[in-house]
Design a protein around this ligand. Structure first.
Ligand SMILES: *Cc1c(COP(=O)(O)O)cnc(C)c1O
Ligand code: SF4
Length: 376
């Protein structure tokens, strides 16, 4: 059995306890935001220093002390470090890279509502996060590039957004995203969730948050009780590497689950982080041990500033083929490509019909078989 990361791999001793267990608002204000602070945790390379400096005015960065404690001090290719510490790849212009390849802006009906699918919407609650993932699909939310980020509108009232949802009875599922909605205080979040809950046709509320990964201390009994009072509430998070599945993260997910909030995982396939079958298998199996269900594996989109994390579709399929059938069925996420046409299942086709109408299947061992005409 692969073990989760050891409890305290790398914190400077004077920070060890607070970093993991301190009050969450305190932890937020103690986030690492300067090169000097980051040096307490890792040996920063000159390339990282340069990238951090180039981020100013372009891409936000900050790292929670807890997440930094999972980093390898000496290894610049540490999978935790790659997700959180700026690197020169963010400033390389890749062919075909776009600010918004998935077309979120096209489907934006109000300042905050993205209505892309018939019966559900994404609600952009905020543009801030505890840690800014270097691979964020909505990296434009975390930039200062003109017109691409909420800017002063962020403080704007939710009234037009709530009104839009209320005016569209087909919307039965509201997904709070951003940015990270759990950046809000419980009071502010509750007010928003209650306003949505008061809309009769809104059946389920979903929260997308990386707090269980970045700062498990944010998941408190008070938060869980509040969410429980608004059921059905689901939470989708994003573990990308088995090192992130720590005892603290496990405790946070357990608390959510005990309050009836299903926790699902949406990973991103990232070069150098989790683009090999062994790591991915360890990740999904670690998630099952903490009762978090793998939901999606996103192919990394060609987002400006993110392209260096892209793998090929073929590499993604190869990893999927080494999971499907080889481990617990419900540990296998759905591999999807996000496009402006919606999410597209990206796994290899394994059932097809030939010209004579025979149905062919290919199993997880890549054995092909003709089932003949037994299926319609
Ligand atoms: C992914 C996504 C959803 C939710 O899709 P599910 O497949 O139901 O998880 C909703 N809106 C937008 C804009 C999305 O990108
Ligand atoms: S937590 Fe989500 S929204 Fe925030 S930077 Fe990471 S991927 Fe982007």
């Amino acid at each position: 059995m692969a073990d989760p990361a050891p409890a305290s791999p790398n914190p400077p001793p004077h920070l060890a306890t607070e970093a993991r267990w301190g009050e969450w608002r305190q932890q937020l204000s103690n986030r690492i935001r300067t090169i000097e602070e980051l040096r307490e945790w890792i040996d920063i390379t000159p390339a990282e220093v340069e990238a951090i400096e180039r981020c100013r005015g372009r891409y936000r960065w900050s790292i929670t002390q807890y997440y930094a404690s999972l980093m390898d001090r000496h290894d610049e290719n540490c999978p935790i470090r790659l997700q959180a510490v700026p690197s020169p790849g963010e400033f390389v212009e890749y062919l075909g890279a776009e600010i918004d390849p998935v077309g979120d802006m096209v489907y934006r009906k109000t300042n905050r509502v993205i209505h892309k699918y018939p019966d559900r919407v994404a609600l952009l609650v905020t543009s801030v996060c505890p840690v800014y993932c270097r691979h964020c699909t909505r990296k434009y939310h975390t930039t200062n590039v003109d017109g691409t980020y909420f800017e002063e509108r962020e403080g704007a009232s939710f009234e037009p957004d709530i009104q839009y949802i209320a005016d569209h009875p087909e919307i039965r599922d509201v997904l709070l995203t951003g940015g990270d909605p759990l950046m809000y205080t419980d009071q502010k979040l509750e007010a928003l969730l209650r306003a949505l809950r008061d809309i009769p046709h809104v059946e389920i509320l979903r929260i997308g948050s990386r707090f269980p990964v970045f700062m498990p201390a944010r998941i408190t009994p008070e938060l869980c009780r509040m969410l429980e009072s608004l059921h059905p509430v689901w939470l989708n998070t994003q573990f990308n590497h088995p090192k992130e599945v720590t005892p603290e993260a496990a405790a946070a997910c357990d608390m959510l689950l005990r309050h009836g909030i299903p926790v699902q995982n949406q990973s991103v396939l990232l070069k150098g982080v989790n683009d090999d079958a062994g790591t991915m298998r360890n990740l999904v199996q670690a998630l099952l041990r903490i009762r978090v269900r793998p939901y999606y594996l996103y192919h990394c989109d060609n987002v400006s500033g993110v392209s260096h994390f892209m793998t090929s579709l073929e590499e993604g399929r190869e990893i999927m083929e080494q999971l499907l059938g080889f481990t617990t069925g419900f540990s296998v996420p759905q591999y999807v490509l996000t496009t402006d046409y919606g999410k597209i299942p990206a796994s290899r086709q394994v059932v097809h019909r030939d010209e004579d109408g025979n149905v062919w299947v290919e199993n997880y061992k890549k054995q092909k078989k003709n089932l003949g005409l037994i299926l319609r």
